[in-house]
Design a protein around this ligand. Structure first.
Ligand code: ATP
Length: 270
């Protein structure tokens, strides 16, 4: 629980993130995601409840614990006249077993900007630098608060690859995002938070019983109109259509609700 004046930002979020998992927190603006993540990071004090991160209460954590945790905050750090390489090399010195700074710069896609002063970077490039600083200490657990805001589509895909590689290497990852495709592409499980409360936790494919939702089958009629039908047995409907058309069904699509559809439905009910 966390309260700011008369705003209750976190009001009972009970969840466990497993070692090695990629876990995404979803929720509308002001839902309490950043507050939750910052409590887990030891940046904010909770007003009530129990928290254990890597077996330690973040409120009482020491430097050794901090060196095991990587953090990419929502706000971008400013390093004015320093270059990308200088900042990353400097941060490497803060950790007992840092990664190789040049390799990290390369992995976040900033190799050609290594000698650039950080104030000359674009928004998306600054975000990549934030990610580099989050992973330079080889964290066991990495927190990412809206990591790809401002990334172009190609940079986002490259970032996903970076996260998948970290996850494959055993890093536990907790991220917040407003991009539902990002949650779907990366997360083993997602938690939906609204008004400081947990709404649901599930694998992206299972959230809100998405798997069992009705499918929408659409096709074009011989008159050229688009026909839509919701069906619990889309396979049977498609075979019936195939028989009716004597082969290919014109303009055929079969879709289930997207993660975004299910998410919006959940949030809409709150
Ligand atoms: P977003 O998606 O917009 O980043 P969020 O889910 O991360 O939102 P929080 O930043 O955790 O939301 O904010 C939760 C609530 O707490 C909001 O109503 C916000 O205005 C309030 N809040 C957050 N930080 C503070 C603070 N330092 N002082 C007062 N109120 C705060």
């Amino acid at each position: 629980r966390k309260v700011y004046g008369d705003v209750v930002a976190v009001d009972g979020i009970d969840l466990a993130v497993h070692r090695g998992e990629v876990f995404a927190l979803l929720g509308p603006n002001g839902a309490g995601k950043t507050t939750t993540v910052e409590i887990l990071e030891g940046f904010r004090r909770r007003d009530g409840g129990e928290v254990s991160v890597l077996g330690v209460d973040p409120d009482r954590a020491d430097a050794r614990w901090r060196s095991r945790v990587g953090i990419v905050l929502q706000g971008t750090g400013e390093f004015d006249e320093l270059t990308v390489a200088e900042v990353v090399h400097h941060f490497a010195n803060f950790y007992p077993e840092p990664d190789d700074p040049d390799s990290v710069i390369d992995r976040v896609g900033l190799a050609d900007k290594a000698r650039a002063r950080t104030h000359t970077l674009s928004g998306g490039q600054k975000r990549r630098l934030d990610v580099a600083l989050g992973i330079i200490g080889r964290p066991e657990l990495l927190f990412l608060d809206e990591p790809t805001t401002g990334f172009d589509p190609k940079a986002r895909r490259e970032f996903w690859e970076l996260i998948r590689n970290l996850a494959t290497a055993g890093t536990t990852i907790v991220l917040t995002t407003h991009y539902l495709d990002e949650a779907e592409a990366l997360a083993d499980r997602v938690a939906v938070i609204a008004a400081g409360r947990l709404v649901d936790v599930a694998a992206p494919a299972k959230l809100g019983d998405r798997e069992n939702a009705l499918a929408t089958v659409s096709w074009r009629t011989p008159e050229g109109d688009l026909e839509h039908t919701k069906s619990a047995t889309p396979t049977a409907l498609v075979s019936e259509l195939a028989a009716r058309f004597g082969g290919e069904v014109p303009g055929l699509t079969v879709t289930r609700p997207s993660l975004e559809d299910v998410y919006l439905e959940m949030i809409g009910h709150r």
